[in-house]
Design a protein around this ligand. Structure first.
Ligand code: ATP
Ligand code: MG
Ligand code: MG
Ligand code: MG
Length: 479
């Protein structure tokens, strides 16, 4: 099948190999760089070469790089195109070819190699990049209506707060050309998908934000494999491509439900499971174990979110150390089966991956069960002290918050269960705790976001284990 995920990957690499690029292996998800958190793009393994701080081995290279983007975790299952784990196909020039070749090849790859109709493609360029605009228009022949000038946020790519960067140009596929030319927004997910980004890497961003020209002009590109697979396989979202759907099918089978017949909420949880299990498997394979800091916290959070989604689709871990009973390892087996062309080492590490995953899943299920016990205890205490003081028994705001924050019980559920025992809750006190936490987590979130984007491990703070459960998940936990 020429449009299977595996074929698309090899066709991309072959296309650039036959244009003088050396095919290099994917780097690990853990970059060979102590200041960087996780591999977020194909360029990371070449960062020093771009900066002129390491000698280049070849003038041109092409890779299929496995990537993790934690900043997209909330998008998973909500947009049709974002994953935490995905593969970025890239072609790179180290002071060799520049804009003209990069643009022409990207067009040829898209329209000739993969046969996308040219009139379905739109491109963006950085607002003042007339050179790129002219190459697209004059040399490739893209009509002006299909070229959008965009600002820094979309079209100036930086790998972090400092480091190699430059203006970029993105290719978008139009699913609904009948919508015409009025009020076109390339960010409109229902109409367009961005699938290829060409970065004209020619600056080094300094600490003070200034741009210092690099000695040589480079090309760094990234094409999302899952996104191109979605377009070519003509499925409604990336999750239904052959790269991810088998994992979702496996999860549905184990949960005894059908993806096709499921409601949107269930579908979203299946997508989260399909996405997160890939990230978890490849991270553990690359040596990241669940913990409370840095990379380990990323894995831990992904596993917990996957457990949460599992519970929401009706799967319950039994909290015992029985391998067969653990849900996530069974799905992980499918991920491992599909890993052959992504990372051949995953199969040899399979038993280690499954053991670590199972251990963490059971540990978390036990946390949830401890939360249930804690609530029982709090209710008993409230009843006896209310009885003693002759007041209406009440759970304090702090208690309600602890249940919410650490054990995943939202206030409505706690109120409901408490009410059944004739216990009130201090809703105002809870709100005060929530507000405190919001302020803290906003600050922490900003730090984590910057640290993740900037890749600075030392700034990752994670003493707050905010699980962010919603109403539904807590219901599933309590039932
Ligand atoms: P978007 O605007 O859709 O979030 P991006 O502009 O952040 O994408 P780039 O940094 O330009 O993405 O990355 C290059 C390519 O990698 C994108 O064009 C896309 O095909 C792919 N890609 C980026 N982020 C993701 C993701 N979270 N999941 C899947 N593919 C992605
Ligand atoms: Mg993005
Ligand atoms: Mg973008
Ligand atoms: Mg982009």
């Amino acid at each position: 099948n020429p449009v299977s995920g595996d074929s698309i990957r090899s066709r991309f690499l072959d296309f650039y190999a036959s244009r003088g690029h050396k095919v290099l292996p994917s780097a690990s998800l853990v970059p060979d760089d102590p200041t960087v958190l996780l591999t977020i793009a194909g360029m990371l393994q070449f960062k020093l070469v771009f900066l002129g701080k390491a000698p280049k081995q070849v003038p041109r290279a092409t890779t299929a790089q496995r990537c993790i983007r934690t900043n997209d975790v909330e998008n998973v299952g909500r947009t049709a195109r974002h994953h935490t784990f995905f593969e970025m196909l890239g072609n790179f020039s180290f002071g060799d070819y520049f804009k003209k070749e990069a643009i022409k090849w990207a067009w040829e790859l898209s329209t000739k190699e993969f046969g996308l109709p040219g009139d379905r493609l739109w491109v963006s360029v950085y607002e003042n990049d007339d050179e790129a605009f002219e190459i697209w228009h004059d040399e490739v022949g893209v009509p002006v209506e299909h070229i959008k000038r965009m600002g820094e946020e979309d079209n100036f790519w930086t790998s972090g707060i400092t480091g190699p960067c430059g203006p970029c140009s993105e290719l978008y596929y139009d699913f609904h050309p009948e919508m015409g030319y009025l009020d076109v927004d390339l960010g409109d997910d229902t109409r367009f998908i961005e699938f290829y980004n060409l970065v004209f890497m020619q600056y080094n961003k300094m600490d003070d934000g200034s741009l210092e020209p690099l000695k040589q002009k480079n090309i760094d590109t990234g094409l999302g494999l899952e996104r191109l697979a979605r377009i070519l396989q003509k499925v409604p979202n990336n999750y239904e491509t052959d790269l991810i759907y088998p994992i979702i099918e496996k999860a549905s089978e184990l949960a005894n439900i059908s993806y096709a017949l499921a409601d949107d909420q269930t579908k979203m949880n299946l997508k989260i499971i399909g996405d997160h299990l890939r990230a978890i498997v490849y991270l553990i394979s690359d040596g990241v174990l669940p913990s409370n800091i840095g990379r380990g916290y990323v894995v831990r959070r992904l596993i917990r979110r996957a457990v949460r989604s599992s519970r929401l689709i009706g799967v319950k871990g039994d909290g015992k150390s029985n391998l067969e009973a653990a849900f996530l390892p069974a799905i992980a087996e499918k991920v491992i089966e599909l890993s052959t062309y992504v990372d051949s080492d995953v199969k040899t590490r399979a038993s280690h991956i499954l053991e670590e995953l199972q251990r963490e899943e059971l540990r978390f299920v036990q946390t949830l069960e401890r939360g249930e016990k804690l609530l029982d205890q709090m209710l008993a205490d409230a009843l006896s002290s209310g009885h003693k003081n002759g007041t209406v028994p009440c759970l304090s705001g702090k208690d309600v918050f602890l249940l919410y924050d650490t054990y995943g019980f939202p206030v409505e559920i706690t109120a409901e269960v408490a009410g059944e025992h004739g216990v009130k809750i201090d809703a105002d006190g809870f709100e005060i705790e929530m507000e405190k936490q919001r302020r803290q987590s906003q600050a922490a979130h900003n730090v984590v976001k910057i640290a993740v984007e900037n890749g600075d491990l030392s700034e990752i703070v994670s003493d707050t284990e905010f699980l962010g459960y919603d109403m539904l998940s807590a219901r599933a936990i309590i039932e």
